[in-house]
Write a protein that binds this ligand. Structure first.
Ligand code: ADP
Ligand code: MG
Length: 676
């Protein structure tokens, strides 16, 4: 029965089948896997333990004939007296006069409702049919169309009788024993018709483990298959040269930097293809690591590419890499605004291998670029973890080592799920000598004081950013708002202080000019929309004022704040916000309490959930039915360990693992993510 269409169930016709399809229920067996999204618990309580206004379940003996009063056409009030022990309690039912016949004097009834302690009265929400024991657990299902929960329950119950016995176990016996979790059939039954809270809990534990294990197995499978397929380009470089470069830097690498650098260099030297994420908080020094890896690549005779999200960043990176490596390598910038003959020339030199290192925006790999021998591509400041970029590269037939860099630290739970098929290196230490940024949350009526403070900072030789809020998804509104703030500030500040304006609509040349002027302190206050969010480096800026801070996510606020505190002076970040929600207020206060990006990202995950964390659809995260990444961290770690062992030790090929293997291979995700 399990594979038969739902129309095999009596009372399910074609029309209903269509509606069930909206819920992805097509076969009788699919009903088994339509899990309740919550449960109503009803547990008997003695009157003495029920608080005033609490919703509770009581059991008593009907002591009077029920009485019905009608108001208007549809409304009614049914009352009846019960005795519970020695206490007489009045039960009131609104618009449930049909229950009249069920309330028979002398018989026992069980009712759930709101308790009024003063009147000794219960306003009944639910009448429980006979046979109620000490507790019931009612599953609540999500439905679509005009299907009711009760219909669903009936069909699920049919499906349990007709097809549960055909459900195959996936997990080898030893796992059930070790983790003390029920088998698949029992776990399905319990999730729909739990016998007790305890047995439901065990069933849920099984599903959490199963979901997480399956997901981790898929990730490990992809990883192993990709490793097999991908003979990366082994890089043989002159270690002495590389070390000389590292020693020439004006600072010593932190221990963290040294560790991640070793991880990356080991990958570069090895045969298998690198697919690694480098995460580190804003200002933790990722760029220099990128530069060293790119230099090693060039020393081995291969080319490197650095991709960043915006042209401004591309220009900044090009400049800083030029000053770091310019006398050792040929470095070029390629952005959308480089056109015509200049572009053709660069592309030609790239193809001939005359360019060692190419820097550009994400369009870099999408378009007409052809490398001579691309050995390493580094993708900076992006949250998409490159499923798409990797696909583009694969489609072009280029398979270099790939390093992703992000300053949005990914909570551990997410990094081992979403990034299960990638290696992760983490810089968890700041270069020494940094002074923590002080963050304040203020209301708009403080503006005057804030501006006076800003003026003082500027008179001390420093600079300030003023970030304008995102009004909506409308660039136009953002812009007019930024212009307004810009004009206000210009009017407020003394003439000797120059205010600049930066926004997304400026021509790249104009943006560059504004940034240059700001970097050289020709402009002291830079009013900007969020275009300064990533990467920009002006160490003399010591203050940031963010208007409408409640409109930004934590990760974004943290990124923005990272633009200050980059020099040797104390820096300040002022969040001007009037959040309307509890969550919004919590976000603001978290920002004032910590500057640790990892801590913030954990908060963000809790406040927004994993889907929102990455932005919808970008994460490659599966939807789990039971598991919750914010809660089930321990289970996730166990599942991950098991998955690694099952795949690495090739247990997956053993007969006991047959069903698991079939499940893994039947997922379309697998095909998508394995490189051909
Ligand atoms: P991010 O990780 O945000 O990209 P950057 O690479 O821009 O950080 O580094 C921020 C600043 O810290 C740069 O000016 C860089 O030169 C400096 N820096 C990097 N590593 C160190 C270090 N080990 N000691 C001191 N300063 C460092
Ligand atoms: Mg950076």
């Amino acid at each position: 029965m399990i594979k038969e269409p739902v129309t095999n169930i009596p009372s399910v016709g074609d029309k209903t089948a269509e509606q069930l399809q909206l819920m992805n229920i097509e076969k009788v067996g699919d009903l088994l896997f339509h899990f309740p999204f919550r449960y109503d618990f009803h547990e008997l309580k003695p009157l003495t333990e029920i608080a005033h206004d609490e919703v509770a379940t009581i059991q008593g003996i009907v002591a009077s004939q029920p009485h019905v009063q009608f108001y208007g056409r549809k409304k009614s009030r049914l009352t009846c007296t019960l005795t519970i022990g020695h206490v007489a309690v009045k039960a009131v039912f609104f618009n449930q006069n049909f229950l009249k016949d069920k309330l028979i004097p002398g018989e026992q009834v069980t009712l759930t409702g709101k308790w009024d302690e003063r009147r000794l009265q219960i306003t009944v929400h639910k009448y429980h049919p006979k046979g109620f024991e000490d507790q019931t657990i009612q599953p609540v299902y999500s439905t679509k169309g005009n299907i009711t929960t009760n219909q669903l329950k009936k069909w699920i119950s049919y499906s349990l009788k007709a097809s549960l016995s055909e459900v195959e176990e996936l997990l080898p016996e030893q796992y059930l024993k070790e983790y003390k979790i029920p088998g698949r059939q029992q776990a399905i039954r319990e999730i729909h018709q739990p016998r007790s809270k305890v047995s439901l809990k065990h069933a849920r534990r099984r599903w959490i483990y199963e979901e997480l294990l399956l997901f981790q197995l898929k990730m490990q499978w992809i990883r192993k298959e990709n490793k097999k397929r991908m003979e990366g380009l082994v890089k043989k470089y002159d270690e002495h040269q590389l070390n000389k470069f590292i020693q020439s830097l004006p600072f010593q690498l932190t221990n963290s930097q040294q560790r991640v650098l070793n991880e990356i260099l080991t990958d570069l030297k090895s045969e298998s293809r690198m697919s690694r994420l480098l995460q580190g908080d804003v200002g933790s020094g990722k760029t220099i690591i990128a530069a060293i890896a790119l230099y090693a690549t060039a020393l081995s005779g291969q080319q490197g590419a650095l991709m960043v999200p915006t042209e401004i960043l591309a220009e900044q990176h090009a400049e800083s890499l030029q000053s770091l490596l310019g006398d050792r390598l040929t470095i070029e910038l390629l952005t959308g605004s480089i056109k015509g003959k200049k572009r053709r020339e660069k592309l030609e030199r790239l193809q001939n291998g005359e360019i060692d290192l190419l820097i550009g925006t994400h369009a870099l790999i999408q378009n007409d670029t052809v490398f001579d021998q691309l050995g390493l591509i580094i993708i900076d400041e992006q949250h998409r973890f490159g499923v798409e970029q990797r696909k583009t590269l694969r489609d072009k037939g280029v398979t270099p080592d790939v390093l992703f860099m992000t300053a949005t630290p990914i909570p551990r739970t997410l990094s081992i799920t979403a990034l299960g098929d990638m290696d992760v290196s983490t810089i968890d230490e700041m270069p020494s000598g940094r002074i923590p940024i002080e963050t304040y949350w203020v209301k708009e009526n403080m503006l005057e004081r804030i501006l006076n403070f800003m003026l003082k900072e500027i008179q001390n030789g420093h600079q300030a950013y003023v970030i304008c809020p995102l009004i909506e998804e409308s660039e136009q509104l953002d812009l007019s708002n930024a212009i307004e703030v810009y004009e206000q500030l210009q009017a407020w500040m003394p003439d000797s202080i120059k205010v600049g304006l930066m926004h997304g609509r400026l021509h790249p040349d104009e943006k560059e000019e504004v940034m240059r002027a700001y970097a050289e302190n020709e402009i002291q206050v830079l009013v900007s929309t969020t275009v300064v969010e990533v990467g920009v480096n002006v160490p003399n800026a010591t203050m940031m004022l963010i208007y409408g801070a409640e409109r930004f996510g934590l990760a974004q606020l943290h990124q923005l704040r990272g633009r200050v505190g980059r020099g040797s002076n104390k820096s300040y970040c002022i969040l001007m916000a009037d959040p309307k929600t509890e969550q919004g207020r919590e976000r603001m206060s978290v920002m004032t309490e910590t500057t640790d990006g990892f801590e913030l990202s954990e908060h963000d995950l809790k406040l927004r959930g994993p889907g929102d964390f990455f932005g919808k659809k970008q994460s490659g995260l599966p939807e789990f039915k039971v598991a919750d990444l914010t809660e089930d961290y321990r289970a996730l770690e166990v599942a991950r360990k098991d998955a690694v062992r099952i795949i690495q030790d090739n247990l997956i090929e053993e007969p006991e693992y047959r069903v698991l293997k079939e499940m893994i291979l039947s997922d379309p995700l697998i095909q998508e993510r394995i490189f051909d």
